[in-house]
Structures are given as structure tokens and as C-alpha cells.
Ligand binder design. Sequence first.
Ligand code: NDP
Length: 292
Amino acid sequence: MDFVLIDGKQVAGSVRERLKEEIAELKSRGHVPGLAVVLVGDDPASQVYVGSKVKACAELGIYSQKWELPAETSQEELVKLIHQLNADDRIHGILVQSPPPRHIDEEAVILNIDPRKDVDGFHPVNVAKLVLEDAAGFVPCTPLGCMELLKAYGVETAGKHAVVIGRSMIVGKPMAHLLMAKNANATVTVAHSRTKNLPELCRSADIIVAAVGRPEMVTADYVKEGAVVLDVGINRIEDASRPRGYRIVGDVAFDAVKDKCSYITPVPGGVGPMTIAMLMANTVKACRQLVG
Ligand code: NDP
């Protein structure tokens, strides 16, 4: 079957264009959206993510603060900074890059972020708002990006069976809630490591969202003809033929699966580019809601 390749870079680009207009409107009223990104420790991957987020802000004219704290920063010091950022009128969005060092209790830190500035959507108030379908809440950026991709390609979700593989608070659970919400109306099954007969279950899906963290786990055997497949996975696998010695693959065996799909996201270039675009969108939304 001819499949449509979902182009995350292009959709992320149009989200950014939309945001530029919103930012210009806010600026015309004297408001500049602001994001604070806090990194504790010197994990190289986290440094790259934080750098990309700050760069994305600069490209859109969003004010940003990058806080790089030493690995030995105490929980109290981190919480003190969060409180300072909660009170800073220039800052509308706050995120603490995950994962923090082991001695930091991430959930306790998140509880200290003003829910109105919680642009990652991790605070329990925002989790509740997602479940309550309160549009004023903040939804984690990656599942929000997946919904944006479905919308951009006009994929019908109402009455469809969606199987979400993975139940993390960052991807799987919010994804399931977004798909079952009254503005999407899918019938959702959430699968996880204890799910039995996963290939069979997935074969009954019109839409599969793979958020597992297992390289190329979803093979042709999981996919029915005409299904829509969104691959959230980002996995590094050894590849001696590459100068870096590795390559990035998703949770879906793309080459084996693509010809059965109506729509499929590649990795990289599918869901990945949407995450930062939606972080920018959440920051602009936070600004709009805070300044009225
Ligand atoms: P987690 O490790 O938090 O969750 C993985 C989920 O997959 C768990 O619910 C786990 O089940 C389930 N799982 C593990 N093995 C199996 C299996 N064999 N069969 C079925 N389910 C299984 O990962 P995340 O949700 O944080 O991330 C998932 C993937 O998405 C990763 O590759 C990550 O790198 C990527 N990611 C990509 C982002 C992007 O911007 N594109 C952003 C965030 C994540 P159980 O609960 O039972 O343990």
C-alpha cells in the first residue's frame, strides 16, 4: 500500500509560524513570553536538549533563561530557584530537565513549580486538567505533538481503535487521554510490559502509538493493513558503518512496516521535531494565560 510519510519537521515549522504571529500580538501589547530551563548536573544528552530548547526560544523571539547548576546542587537549592522563577514576571514557563541527579526527588521538585508555569505538564494539577479535559491545563509536549501531527494530516480519530504502547507519565498515559478525549473520540487500549498477545492486540488497531524505548520492536506482524503508526521511540543502536558508531532508530521497524501503513512517522524527523515546537507553544500559552 502507498503510505504517507508524516513530516514532523514540516509540521513543527508551521507550528512555529503560527507561534510567531501569536508572539508578535503579545509583544504589541508589551508582553514577551519567557521560558526558564533548569539543568542540574552535566549529563551530555541533557546539555544538548537544553541547548536546543534555548535556541528554539531565540529563533522565535521568546525570552529565555538557562540555569546550569552543578551536580551537587541540593534539593533545597533547586526548590529555592524554582520559587524564585515562580515569582519572576519575565518567566511564564519553567522546566527542569529530566533526569536530575539521583539525590534529587524529581516529583517533589515538580510540585514546587507554579502549575500555571508548568509547561512540561508534569504537575498533578495539570495531570488532573488533562483527565478533566480542561483546555487551560498543560499537556506534556511529546503526546501533544503527536496529536498535532494527526491533525495536520487530517487523520480521523473518532471511533477508531488506538493502541498506545507504553504507560509513562511523559508519553503513554497523556497520549491515551488525548486520544480518548471528547475532541478526538478514539477508543483507546494502553499496552505495557505485562500486556499479553501484544502483536495480536496491535493488529486490531487503526492507530498505533509506540512509546516503549525498544529498538524496532513493532514489526510487520503488529500492523494491520492501512493502520496509522506514530513512532515516539528514540533508541541508539550500534552501527559500525556510521562515523559516530551508532544510529538512531525508533520503536517501529520502519522498513518492514511502512508498506502496510496509510500514514507513518519516520525516526528521526517524525515525532521528535514536534516536542520542542510544542514546548514553545506551551510557553506562549502560559504567557497568554498569565497576562490575560
Ligand atoms: P518509559 O521507559 O518511561 O516507558 C516505557 C513504557 O514501555 C513502559 O510503560 C513499559 O511498560 C513499556 N514497555 C517496555 N517494554 C515493553 C514491551 N516489551 N512490550 C510492551 N510495553 C513495553 O519510556 P518513555 O515513555 O519515557 O519513552 C518511550 C520512548 O520514547 C523512548 O524511546 C524515549 O526515548 C522516547 N521519547 C521520545 C521523545 C521525543 O521527543 N520524541 C520524548 C520522550 C520519550 P511498564 O510500564 O510495564 O514498565
